[in-house]
Design a binder for this molecule. Structure first.
Ligand code: ADP
Ligand code: ZN
Ligand code: ZN
Length: 728
């Protein structure tokens, strides 16, 4: 007898699988990874086979049989990976497994069906029927005539008047034959200047590729991880491509992770152009059908390279040989909802399990990677262009009446205009200005549902909450005192756009932020517009600092560079360094050279000083020492628990209860901080507990068990508890 161990895909935290089912003989060939409908209590549910056994602890008559097996299962190694994620991030097996299932399989999601097409071909009998003047209806004759030139689809044949019935009749008379062909839906994306051309690699690139090839060829058990530390513009993408081609030449597949597909249209287009049909892409902007088909193409080996954002780490690539994590410093590799997995950690797990080479590339490595990984350096830009000089502008000393842009920045923008070149201006805040204040009584406008101020959006003539999307019309007078002297302070992307447009007219100004890129393909269109313009300015949020390559840009400026430093977060410095260095990397990529200006209130801060010198190593050394002294990652592990509830007293009560339970359960060397208040979002009061641990696994297990016990207590159902391991 074969027993399948099935994990049901339920959302409940309290059910503990897997459960045993008896396989009937017609399901005897099912494997780990098969997806099944199974009877479950009085309902039926989808489940995943996570193991097979010959016997069960339960007597055979107590075991039910599965009802039905779904088409394509998941490779067993991905089942193990999904379960690993569940455990590593304190989630449930069902949620971990959901990540590795074919798109569209789910307890809630409707199923996606494969698409097929009927194709018809004329037979020898059909040809002689046409020539021999056999009796044929007009539409039958038209169909056969058309088919003389070659095979056609039923849809094409309908244009000559031959519908399905006509084809069936002809087939019954053996005058044609039909077959059903599987169609794969593929999306086409606007591509930004991509060619399949293959430049001659420079020496540094060749050495980097050689290191990747050596890792691919390494013996089992030898390390296969590399950090590719290449300055912006050093040609990392070409190295990735050559690495992928080397893997393909060995008959192996590859996964290329990019931070966000929408932000990397140029890189994705280059992969597509070079790899043709071997290329597949998986991301959430595809239709369900497209996603399902791309997944199937990878599963059946038709495509062997998958490019995509963090979720692509779960792609069913066959004979995986290489994983590349582009821009490994990007925070978007961490998922912010349960399971809060980090795709970089999942990549490491998958690579270690399956003997896969893992290459993490960036100009601004994380301290974790810098300490742990062997490095390949590419310190020079392609063509030997120098890194642009960076000027730091101290805004404390600037005249506040001159507005959000420093006079030096204005001067540099005007120079760009005179030279007919291009500039990028970044401010990490969308909207017109972040505060609306009444000058008579001091009233300020906050979100009624969140403890944050509302942002002025002039274009939409509204005040908008950036945490819950609440909005109200822009007021013309104070609600409290009736005064009409309302002042807007601080500047966002909208304001910079309008200031620059006014002063530098008629120079075109493009704005790139999440408000302007909401439409389909809008992001690529804006970048293409900026790329094609003769001389222009691109204004936007962090999006403008990412991934693209415009050689005509001679100035990049960052406004309020230290805004990120004001977050109470131990990664604030790391973020600021990466942001300034990445933006600096957008300038001076062409023959005309370039410069960078950094406006800041904290000109002495280590991240800004080092970014201004393009000195990643210097920054990392200081930052790593600081982390060591403060016992922060990578010298410890953090686990955060957030509690949310509508009633403030309830969230306090449960937070204290959880803190008590945790202090009993955690190992002695784990620090427990909190409960601490967090600001309210969407009418939910929030509290936070933070653990700093030396021993990762025991801490995660203790937190997981304690939270699970509380979360399954019905009396506490009004309080939502979520766990984030390695919070960002
Ligand atoms: P990075 O990702 O390191 O910032 P890119 O991969 O975007 O750099 O490369 C920067 C520019 O250099 C791109 O326009 C790319 O096409 C070009 N490039 C890369 N390698 C070569 C090469 N060997 N010869 C000529 N141009 C190259
Ligand atoms: Zn007022
Ligand atoms: Zn809000």
């Amino acid at each position: 007898m074969t027993i399948a161990k099935v994990e049901p895909l339920t959302t409940s935290r309290s059910l503990r699988g897997p459960f045993d089912y008896r396989l009937p003989s017609e399901m005897a060939d099912l494997d780990v990874g098969s997806v099944l409908w199974v009877p479950f209590g009085r309902r039926r549910t989808l489940g995943v086979v996570v193991g097979l056994a010959e016997a069960s602890d339960l007597p055979p008559e107590r075991l039910a049989e599965p009802l039905e097996a779904l088409g394509s299962g998941v490779p067993p190694e991905l089942i193990r990976l999904g379960l690993w994620v569940a455990k590593e991030y304190c989630s449930t097996p069902a949620r971990g497994l959901q990540l590795v299932l074919p798109p569209g399989t789910g307890a809630s999601g409707q199923r996606v069906r494969p698409r097929t097409e009927l194709r018809a071909e004329i037979t020898a009998a059909g040809r002689s029927a046409l020539e021999g003047g056999e009796r044929l209806g007009a539409r039958q004759r038209a169909a056969l005539e058309a088919l003389r030139a070659g095979e056609m689809s039923a849809r094409e044949l309908s244009t000559v008047g031959a519908d399905r019935q006509v084809l069936r009749r002809l087939e019954a008379r053996s005058l044609l034959s039909t077959r059903s062909v599987r169609l794969f839906r593929r999306s086409t994306h606007p591509s930004v200047g991509a060619s399949g051309g293959r430049p001659q690699l420079i020496e540094e690139q060749m050495q980097a590729v050689a290191r990747i090839v050596a890792a691919l060829d390494a013996d089992d058990g030898e390390p296969r991880e590399l950090l590719l530390h290449g300055v912006t513009g050093s040609g990392k993408t070409e190295v990735y491509l050559a690495g992928v081609e080397a893997a393909l030449a060995q008959g192996k597949g590859a996964i290329v992770l990019v931070p966000e597909i929408g932000l990397a249209p140029q890189a994705v287009a280059r992969f597509r152009a070079r790899l043709g049909d071997r290329f597949a892409v998986l991301h959430s902007a595809l239709s369900p059908g497209e996603r399902y088909d791309e997944w199937q193409r990878l599963r059946n080996g038709e495509a062997s390279v998958c490019v995509g954002p963090r979720s692509a780490i779960f792609a069913p690539v066959r004979d995986l040989g290489l994983i590349i994590v582009d821009e490994e410093h990007e925070a978007s590799y961490k998922q912010d909802s349960d399971p809060c997995y980090d795709a970089r950690a999942v990549a490491r797990q998958r690579a270690t399990e399956s003997g896969v080479t893992l290459v993490s590339g960036t100009a601004t490595p994380r301290p974790e990677s810098w300490l742990a990984l062997p490095r390949v350096e590419m310190p020079h830009r392609i063509d030997g262009r120098v890194m642009p000089p960076v000027g730091v502008l101290d805004m404390c000393a600037a005249d506040p009446r001159s507005g959000p842009l420093h006079p030096v920045t204005w001067g540099a923008l005007e120079k760009v205009q005179r030279a007919g070149a291009k500039a990028i201006v970044m401010v990490n805040r969308r909207g017109f200005s972040p505060w609306l204040i009444c000058r008579s009584c001091g009233r300020n406008w906050g979100c009624p549902r969140c403890d944050v101020s509302l942002i002025v959006h002039r274009e939409a003539e509204a005040l908008v909450c950036h945490h819950c999307a609440y909005f109200e019309p822009l007021p013309s007078a104070c609600f409290d005192c009736g005064s009409t002297t309302l002042s807007q302070s601080g500047a966002g992307t909208e304001q910079l756009e309008s200031l620059i447009m006014e002063r530098l007219a008629p120079m075109p100004v493009f704005r790139l932020d999440s408000d302007t890129v909401s439409g389909h393909g809008a992001h690529a269109r804006i970048l293409a517009g900026f790329g094609e313009a003769r001389s222009a300015v691109l204004v936007g949020t962090q999006m403008v600092a990412k991934g693209h390559d415009f050689p005509e840009v001679t100035l990049s400026a960052i406004i309020d560079a230290d805004a990120t430093l004001r977050f109470p977060d131990f990664r604030a410095s790391e973020r600021t360094f990466a942001m300034v260095a990445q933006l600096a990397g957008r300038s001076g990529r062409g023959k005309a050279g370039g410069e960078v200006l950094v406006q800041t209130l904290a000109p002495e801060e280590s991240s800004i000083v080092h970014a201004a010198r393009h000195d990643a190593a210097g920054f990392l050394e200081e930052e790593i020492e600081r982390r060591r002294a403060l016992h922060y990652p990578p010298f410890s592990h953090l686990v955060r628990v957030v509690l949310k509830a509508e009633a403030e007293d309830r969230v306090d009560e449960v937070a204290i209860k959880l803190a008590d339970a945790l202090s009993g359960a955690l190992p002695k060397d784990t620090d427990l901080l909190g409960p601490a208040p967090m600001f309210r979002v969407r009418n939910r009061h929030r509290r936070r507990l933070l653990m700093k641990a030396d021993r990762r696994d025991v801490t995660i297990a203790a937190v997981g068990e304690t939270v699970e016990r509380l979360a399954s207590d019905r009396a506490l159902r009004d309080v939502a508890i979520s766990v984030d391991v390695d919070p960002q």
